[in-house]
Write a protein of this length. Structure first.
Length: 252
């Protein structure tokens, strides 16, 4: 597990130097409460931090999610007996967390629709259930967000999903200011402003937790926009988010 700093990838467990410090991103997300992130920040601020830089690192998918969901457009309420039927709130599409790719990994062209989608995604840092906004302030719900990353994937929900190039911790990024830019073959094809989404990530997380558990490592994507289709094979799809970076995947 590494941390991007000063243009280098630092081996974070080695830099911290404590045997109890997490050695994987999944473990870091699960234990991110308390002093764990403070220890990471302190290690990266030391003068000798770059002594732990990794030579010739390869960026992989930043984490293996416990689940992946994306926001769908809102639908009318389905009845007071349905806790997921808040009027005007969105539904969610489930994606396969077992088919996660990383930066620069070749992905397959869509089998049926010829389309791709992109999202800004939050990573959940703590467990919860029934996190109703009536009982939980946006600040309290937001404190359950570990960080943010870029996500793209085939339109088919059972297809691949790509995450990266990194996860930026929640204290370092205001998602409402993010504009996603998609490029195919170097040409801009689509943009999505997160501020246009009528719900913030804390509100979406609270809604999602009704009658179900939210777990550390869950990924929730919002601000979805579809690439113009079809995307030619052997082209390169790029999604850029200021403050996070560029997620790049060649199409096989």
């Amino acid at each position: 597990m590494g941390a991007l700093t000063g243009g280098r990838v630092v081996d974070l467990p080695d830099a911290v130097g404590h045997p109890a410090f997490p050695t994987t991103m999944e473990a870091l997300v699960s234990s991110s409460r308390g002093t764990v992130l403070d220890a990471a920040r302190d290690a990266l601020e030391r003068d000798d931090a770059l002594e732990f830089a990794v030579r010739r690192p390869a960026l992989l998918a930043p984490l293996l999610p416990t689940s992946i969901r994306t926001v769908r457009p809102p639908t009318p309420a389905r009845g007071k007996g349905d806790p997921m039927a808040w009027y005007g709130m969105p539904g969610y599409a489930e994606r396969d967390p077992g088919r996660v790719m990383g930066p620069d990994e070749e992905v397959s062209g869509p089998r049926r629709t010829g389309g791709f989608e992109l999202w800004l995604a939050c990573v959940t840092g703590s467990a919860g259930r029934d996190l109703s906004p009536r009982d939980l302030s946006p600040e309290e719900a937001g404190a359950r967000i570990f960080g943010y990353t870029v996500m793209t994937g085939s339109v088919e929900t059972d297809g691949w999903t790509s995450l990266g190039p990194c996860v930026v911790t929640a204290d370092e990024l205001d998602p409402q200011g993010v504009v996603l830019t998609a490029r195919v073959g170097g040409e801009t094809t689509a943009q999505s402003a997160i501020e246009d989404v009528p719900w913030g990530f804390p509100e979406l997380m609270a809604h999602l937790s009704w009658n179900r558990d939210v777990c550390p490592g869950d990924v929730l994507g919002a601000g979805g926009v579809r690439f113009p289709s079809p995307v030619p094979t052997e082209s390169v799809v790029e999604v850029e988010a200021p403050g996070i970076g560029v997620l790049r995947n060649p199409i096989g």
